[in-house]
Design a binder for this molecule. Structure first.
Ligand SMILES: [Zn+2]
Length: 377
C-alpha cells in the first residue's frame, strides 16, 4: 500500500496537524485516522471499502467486533501476501541487468566492467531500502482496532450498519409480539449475537424467537419466555462461542428452571464446539489464562459430552468467538443448522434431550473470506 488519498476530497497531499500528532489533508484540512505510514497498512479509504464488503453493499448489520475481526483478517492476508512493490521489483531487475554483464566484462574483457557492477549494486541497495521501508509493525489487536474504528466515526461520521455496543431499547411491545407463536427459539450466550440476528431480521426469515442468556431484548424477554413455556412443540437452539462458557450453554438451558428446566423440549447445540474449529485452518482462535482456569470447573456432565481433545483444548485456555466469523456466513450457518435439525441422521444425542447437529455447518473462514475478493489486494 503506497500513498494515501483524502477520503473527503481525494487530494493526495497531507500536512502534519498542529493540534493532534496526526496528518490532515493540505487541501480541505480533513483529519486522517488510519495512516498506512504509521505502521498499520490500512487507510481511511480502505476502511470505507471494508464497510461495503462486510455489509455486502450496506445490506447487513454487523457488530463492532465482527468488523474488527474482519479488519484483522484482512491485515493477516496482507502480511501473508507480502507482495514486493513495483519499485522494488524494477530496481531488482535493473540491478541484475547491470551486475551480470558488468561481472562478465570484468572477468573476461577489462576492469572497466566494474563500473556496471557498481551501478547494479546501487539498484540492489535501492531494492533493499524499499523493502525495509514497506515493512509494517505487528498487527494491532481487535481492541486496538476498535478504538481506531471509533475515532474513524468521530471524524467521518457514523458507520451505516454498525450496531451500537449497547443495544438501543426496542419500542415497547404493543401486544403485537404476543400474536406471534414461535415454535423455535435461538438462545445465544452473548447479547451481541442476538442483537446481530434480530437486526438482520433472522427471526422473521427463520420464523423463530431470538433471545440471549442475559435477557436481551429486555423489552420483550418476559412475554416471549411466557409464550415459549406454553408451547409443547418448542425446539430450542443454543448458539454460542467456542469457549468454556459456550459449551455450558446447552446444559444451562436444559437445567435452569427460568429456561427450560421444567419443560420437555429438545435442545440443539448449533455450536461453536472445539471439534468444529480446533483442527481447522483459518479460524482466529484466542488464548487466555483466565479461560484456562475456568475450564477446570467444567461440570462432569458437560465433560462427558466433549471429546478428550476438546477438553484439553479448552483447558489450554483456547477460545474462539462467533463474531470472528464473517457476518454473512454466520447467518447462513445458523439457518442451515436449524434446517438440518429436521433430519434425524444429522443429530448426535449427547445428554438427555440435547443434540449436536452434524456435519458441522461452519465453513472454514478461509473459504468464508473469499466471499470478499480483493478487499485489500
Ligand atoms: Zn481533503
Amino acid at each position: 500500500m503506497r500513498g494515501i488519498k483524502c477520503i473527503k476530497c481525494g487530494n493526495r497531499k497531507f500536512t502534519y496537524s498542529s493540534v493532534a500528532n496526526g496528518k490532515v489533508c493540505s487541501k480541505c484540512q480533513h483529519r486522517v485516522v488510519f495512516d498506512p505510514f504509521s505502521g498499520i497498512p490500512l487507510s481511511d479509504t480502505k476502511i470505507a471499502k471494508a464497510i461495503e464488503k462486510i455489509s455486502i453493499n450496506h445490506t447487513l448489520f454487523f457488530t463492532e467486533k465482527q468488523f474488527c475481526y474482519y479488519l484483522t483478517r484482512s491485515l493477516a492476508r496482507y502480511e501473508k501476501q507480502g507482495k514486493p512493490s513495483f519499485l522494488a521489483v524494477v530496481s531488482f531487475i535493473l540491478g541484475i541487468l547491470f551486475m551480470l554483464p558488468g561481472l562478465l566484462i570484468t572477468f573476461f574483457v577489462s576492469t572497466s566492467g566494474l563500473l556496471l557492477v557498481g551501478v547494479g549494486l546501487v539498484f540492489l541497495l535501492v531494492t533493499t531500502l524499499v523493502n525495509i521501508s514497506e515493512k509494517y509493525g505487528p498487527s494491532p489487536t481487535v481492541d486496538e482496532l476498535a478504538s481506531l474504528v471509533r475515532k474513524w466515526q468521530e471524524v467521518n461520521g457514523e458507520i451505516h450498519g454498525l450496531l451500537p455496543l449497547r443495544p438501543k431499547a426496542l419500542p415497547t411491545p404493543d401486544g403485537e409480539v404476543m400474536q406471534y407463536s414461535f415454535d423455535r427459539v435461538v438462545v445465544t450466550d452473548k447479547a451481541s449475537i442476538a442483537q446481530f440476528l434480530i437486526a438482520n431480521n433472522f427471526h422473521f426469515e427463520n420464523n423463530c424467537a431470538v433471545l440471549s442468556l442475559d435477557g436481551y431484548p429486555k423489552e420483550i424477554f418476559e412475554p416471549v419466555m411466557e409464550m415459549l413455556h406454553q408451547n409443547p412443540e418448542l425446539k430450542v437452539f443454543a448458539l454460542h462461542d467456542c469457549s468454556v462458557q459456550g459449551v455450558l450453554l446447552s446444559s444451562q438451558l436444559r437445567k435452569d428452571k427460568k429456561w427450560f428446566g421444567e419443560q420437555q423440549v429438545p435442545i440443539y447445540d448449533l455450536g461453536l464446539l472445539p471439534r468444529q474449529v480446533m483442527n481447522q485452518k483459518g479460524f482466529m482462535s484466542m488464548k487466555s489464562a483466565e479461560i484456562a482456569k475456568l475450564a477446570e470447573l467444567l461440570p462432569q456432565e458437560v465433560r462427558q459430552s466433549l471429546l478428550p481433545e476438546e477438553i484439553k483444548w479448552l483447558e489450554e485456555g483456547n477460545y474462539l468467538e462467533l463474531e470472528s466469523l464473517a457476518p454473512v456466513e454466520l447467518l447462513k450457518a445458523v439457518s442451515s443448522g436449524i434446517a438440518r435439525s429436521r433430519s434425524e441422521e444429522a443429530l448426535v444425542p449427547v445428554q438427555e434431550d440435547v443434540y449436536y447437529i452434524v456435519p458441522f455447518v461452519y465453513s472454514s473462514p478461509t473459504i468464508t473470506y473469499d466471499a470478499y475478493p480483493d478487499t485489500f489486494g
